[in-house]
Write a protein that binds this ligand. Structure first.
Ligand SMILES: [Zn+2]
Length: 164
């Protein structure tokens, strides 16, 4: 399927204060932007329009997705916006959190994943952090099993694919 999208910024004359989840600057000025993205099929057939509000952190220049609509955002304080503005790589942090959980069981030491997960998923919080913390006891158990029985699930997975 050949598709295209065209973004049009329709409004950007508001400023809000945010606690930036990327650079962690507190009460930093951020420019608010409202963009309409028209998606096309085969470059010509218009599909749905995606309307999004973005804020731009003036400290680190990150573009953050806002769940609070452009019309409402100035009613919010920096404190209230925490959790409603986040970097665009939402899916990536989710996938990373899931990988961290799996790595704990597969490798006897997925601790590097755990540390990376802490750093990457902390700004988003929520269920991602639950998975990250959950991976820790799983890793401990997997590591103990490895030490005691010299067994790792990773080897079994490799063997499974070798035997296909
Ligand atoms: Zn920032």
């Amino acid at each position: 399927m050949v598709s295209a999208k065209q973004s049009k910024i329709v409004a950007m004359n508001k400023m809000v204060k945010i606690h930036c989840p990327v650079c962690e600057a507190k009460n930093v000025q951020a420019k608010v932007q409202f963009a309409v993205t028209q998606k096309y099929l085969f470059y010509v057939i218009p599909l749905e329009q995606v309307r999004r509000t973005y804020v731009h952190c003036s400290a680190c220049n990150s573009r953050l997705d806002s769940e609070v609509h452009y019309d409402e955002i100035t009613k919010y304080t920096a404190e209230q916006l925490v959790g409603y503005i986040h970097p665009g790589y939402v899916i990536t942090t989710g996938i990373y959190a899931v990988l961290t959980l799996i790595s704990g069981a597969v490798f006897p030491a997925g601790f590097i994943f755990f540390l990376g997960g802490l750093a990457i998923c902390k700004p988003r919080g929520g269920w991602r952090m639950v998975l990250i913390w959950l991976s820790l006891p799983i890793q401990l158990i997997a590591t103990l099993i490895f030490i005691i029985y010299k067994y790792t699930l990773f080897v079994d997975i490799i063997r499974f694919f070798e035997n296909l």
